[in-house]
Design a protein around this ligand. Structure first.
Ligand code: UTP
Length: 475
């Protein structure tokens, strides 16, 4: 097909779908940019776009599941019965075997735009550790290195970026020499994007040659793993389990033998860690069961009445919050993709920079359009035997989301110090504390020193006495 025919074909599809504005500046573009724009339009899925416009752009989706939602069962963080104790021991053993056999890969989703934090560049490059100011990328890299040594195997790291931050992310790794990791064990891949819409369903142009588009959400990872060849790479390396986490949570326990082991023993296809919410309406997804299937329902979709319901013992009926930590079987990702799956679409009203009908750049100060995305937890109801494992917030969840206040870097740093202090205290080290109970010192434990409280025990002799006001870095 020559350029003319290609243009005609594209223009007809756009006109038929009421999106002719995308070619408004075509005549003003040089030839290479014309091809570039046509290629973007050809990638738009017009079998879905009219449906999305009706369902999510012009009409906000109404969630009705809340009425039939039941609480989801979960494994406790610590076993409470003898049978559970035995199962946990078996799971830890199985998880350790799988880790030692190199069957578990690390997988971080880092394709988000991090708009709330407002940091320039990929969020993984945000400095967070309390003394050394290590970035999130560095902390995870050191964790993977240390775990590789602990389990006597190379552990691979898969990193999902987006077309908006892929290059910058790779450059950061290059200039930091992969933080000591072997380059051959680090695999970057890009997620897909979805177009941005005005409130009346028109796709926006970012500039005359580019459609306004944003990453397709962390749910895009399940397709991108497959499409990018990451899954094939995992298969070639004999990897069967994917340990999934978000770039913003430095407390994550990436290689948790108990979690991996429970997932494997129960024959789960996808599993999740959960914590007990700090308040009924905490801004995390809620675990529930619908027709026997585990789902995560967004906090905004759980009516207050449901969110506040309590059990006889006073605890919340829907107490389990999602913290975006999963084990996903590679076979499950393959099965989904072979079957042509589609995750539900979610809408978010956002400020979207674009050009207007005269071609002038517009940077809105108020939300002016809709971005669409998919969420990884929406794959849980498609998975067989999902395990939900409760965890303890102070041990595993301190995401950096906002510049100030809740989930801000200050809070995360304090939680990193608190956890380190707790690990030392658990081995009998005296940690000076302020009257309010917080450590009266700054402690940073490098992954090379310990990956868990258990690891600290073995190195107790190397920990010096700590006085009030001290800064202690253990490596
Ligand atoms: P968030 O929902 O916190 O979004 O992503 P975000 O883009 O990082 O930040 P805001 O909302 O713009 O402030 C949770 C995790 O999912 C990843 C993010 O990188 C983060 O690790 N993510 C999110 C993706 O990988 N791709 C996406 O399209 C969206």
């Amino acid at each position: 097909m020559d350029s003319e025919q290609r243009y005609e074909k594209t223009a007809k599809i756009l006109t038929d779908n009421g999106q002719g504005q995308l070619l408004a500046f075509y005549d003003q573009l040089p030839d290479n940019m014309r091809q570039h724009l046509l290629a973007q339009i050809e990638r738009l899925d017009f079998s879905q776009i009219p449906i999305w416009i009706e369902k999510y752009i012009k009409n906000a989706r109404t969630m009705t599941l809340a009425n039939i939602l039941e609480p989801a069962p979960a494994y406790p963080s610590e076993p409470t019965t003898l049978a559970e104790q035995q199962k946990y021991e078996l799971a830890r053993k199985r998880g350790t075997e799988l880790l030692s056999a190199g069957k578990v890969a690390a997988f971080v989703v880092a394709g988000g735009q991090g708009t709330r934090l407002g940091f320039d560049g990929p969020k993984g490059n945000f400095p967070i550790s309390p003394i050394k100011n290590k970035t999130l990328f560095q902390l995870f890299a050191e964790t993977i290195l240390a775990a590789g040594k602990k389990y006597g195997t190379e552990l691979c790291w898969y990193i999902m970026t987006s077309p908006l931050n892929n290059r910058a992310t790779r450059e950061i790794f290059e200039s930091n020499h992969y933080y000591g990791l072997d380059k051959s064990g680090v695999f970057f891949f890009e997620q897909g994007t979805l177009p941005n819409f005005t409130f009346d369903g028109k796709i926006l142009l970012a500039d005359k040659a580019n459609i306004a588009a944003s990453p397709d959400g962390h749910g895009g990872s399940l397709k991108a793993l497959y499409k990018s060849g990451a899954l094939a790479d995992m298969k070639a390396r004999g990897i069967e389990y994917i340990s999934y986490w978000q770039i913003d949570n430095p407390l994550v326990n990436i290689f948790d033998p108990l979690f991996v082991g429970l997932h494997a023993l129960d024959g789960a296809e996808m599993s999740a860690k959960a914590l007990v919410k700090s308040r009924p309406t905490e801004k995390v997804g809620n675990f529930g069961l619908v027709n026997g299937k585990v789902i995560v329902i967004e906090y905004s979709d759980l009516p207050d009445e449901q969110a506040n319901k309590r059990k006889r013992d006073g605890s919340l009926l829907f107490e389990l919050g999602s913290i975006a930590i999963h084990i996903i079987s590679t076979a499950f990702v393959e099965k989904l993709n072979r079957g042509g799956f589609a995750l539900p679409i979610h809408r978010a009203v956002k400020k979207i920079s674009h050009i207007d009908t005269s071609g002038n750049a517009v940077t809105p100060t108020e939300p002016n359009g809709i971005k669409l995305e998919t969420f990884v937890f929406d794959a849980l109801p498609l998975a067989a035997n999902p395990v939900i494992l409760k965890t303890i917030r102070t041990e595993e969840f301190a995401p950096v989301k906002n510049a100030t206040g809740e989930n801000s870097p200050d809070v995360t740093r304090q939680m990193m110090i608190d956890r380190a202090a707790g690990w030392l205290a658990a081995t009998g080290v005296t940690v000076p504390r302020r009257p309010d109970g917080l450590p009266d010192c700054i402690i940073e434990i490098a992954p090379s020193f310990a990956l868990s409280a258990r690891d600290v025990k073995a190195k107790k002799d190397r920990i010096p006495p700590i006085s009030a006001g001290d800064q202690l870095y253990l490596e």
